[in-house]
Ligand binder design. Structure first.
Ligand SMILES: C[S@@+](CC[C@H](N)C(=O)[O-])C[C@H]1O[C@@H](n2cnc3c(N)ncnc32)[C@H](O)[C@@H]1O
Length: 275
């Protein structure tokens, strides 16, 4: 079978399984399996494939709703190509907005020391480390798979200003921190997600008690306890009222919420000065 014929076959199988972009994904999977970029695919469309079964097994995994990022171990974020391991949250486009919000605070306040709780694949810390080489970043996660995944991206992007800690929240970290950033688990455990998320992505990265607000509230408390000047978090579209009340109840007056690309409430930034 030629590359062209394999793409047509893959596209048909993916379309029959309800995959939204069947042609694109068939091309991505064959380009991954043949280790060819997509331009070379077109130039070599009449080339015979040696391992057609290998390609079809990738198509079958995708037909079974496994996220394409776990099949190829790649995910795009902030215009870059990150490594993503199975067992670690797949980067989402809206998290780029969190990076932009944090970047504005760093620039405006000449910040040097930041921390990230829940580093996952490392997309936030690595992007910030590349944008601001002067930053000193400490990043934590409770998941060893996440720590390993971030190490792989630190190596890939050759950044040397991230210190990784396998721990909960900021336990055992005493260094100076001026800003805390986090995209914590924020989905209520009673919400059922689409199969590709529910079955394949790690639940410790997705779900939190207290209708998804538990860790967000703990991050607010932590920033107050550690006297961290700024906090920036991603959150669920329906958590603005509850978190607004919580921030106010803690005496925090300077905070604002931001929206995602779909116009839904998606996060907040806060200046942690208590009055
Ligand atoms: C929603 S994912 C975010 C991953 C990555 N920062 C991103 O934006 O794609 C949340 C991450 O928080 C981690 N996590 C959950 N509870 C934690 C805790 N108590 N302390 C540190 N990390 C935690 C999970 O293992 C997961 O990697």
């Amino acid at each position: 079978m030629t590359i062209k014929e394999a793409i047509v076959l893959g596209r048909t199988k993916l379309a029959n399984s309800g995959i939204q972009r069947p042609l694109l994904e068939a091309e991505i999977l064959i380009s991954y399996q043949q280790e060819m970029d997509r331009v070379s695919l077109i130039l070599n469309e009449n080339k015979k494939i040696d391992d057609i079964d290998g390609y079809l097994s990738l198509i079958d995994r995708r037909c079974n709703q496994e996220p394409i990022e776990y099949i190829t171990n790649r995910a795009g974020f902030y215009g870059m190509d990150f490594i993503v391991h199975k067992g670690v949250l797949i980067p989402r486009p809206e998290t780029e907005i969190l990076v932009d919000k944090v970047s504005q605070i760093i620039e405006k306040n000449s910040i040097e020391y930041i921390a990230e709780v829940g580093v996952g694949s490392g997309i936030i810390s690595v992007t910030l480390a590349l944008k601001f080489p002067h930053l000193k970043i400490v990043a934590t996660d409770i998941s060893d798979k996440a720590i390993e995944n971030t190490k792989a991206n630190i190596e890939k992007f050759k950044v040397d200003n991230i210190e990784l800690k396998h721990c909960s929240m900021l336990d055992s970290i005493d260094s100076k921190i001026e800003l805390l950033v986090s995209n914590p688990p924020y989905i209520s455990p009673d919400v059922s997600l689409e199969k590709c998320v529910q079955e394949y992505e790690p639940h410790t990265a997705l779900f939190a008690d207290d209708r998804g607000c538990l860790m967000l509230k703990e991050l607010i408390d932590l920033s107050i306890d550690k006297e961290i000047a700024f906090l920036a978090c991603e959150m669920g579209y329906d958590q603005k009222d509850e978190l607004s009340k919580y921030l106010q109840s803690k005496g925090i007056k300077e905070y604002s919420f931001y929206k995602d690309y779909a116009g839904l409430d998606r996060g907040f930034t806060a200046k942690i000065s208590i009055s």
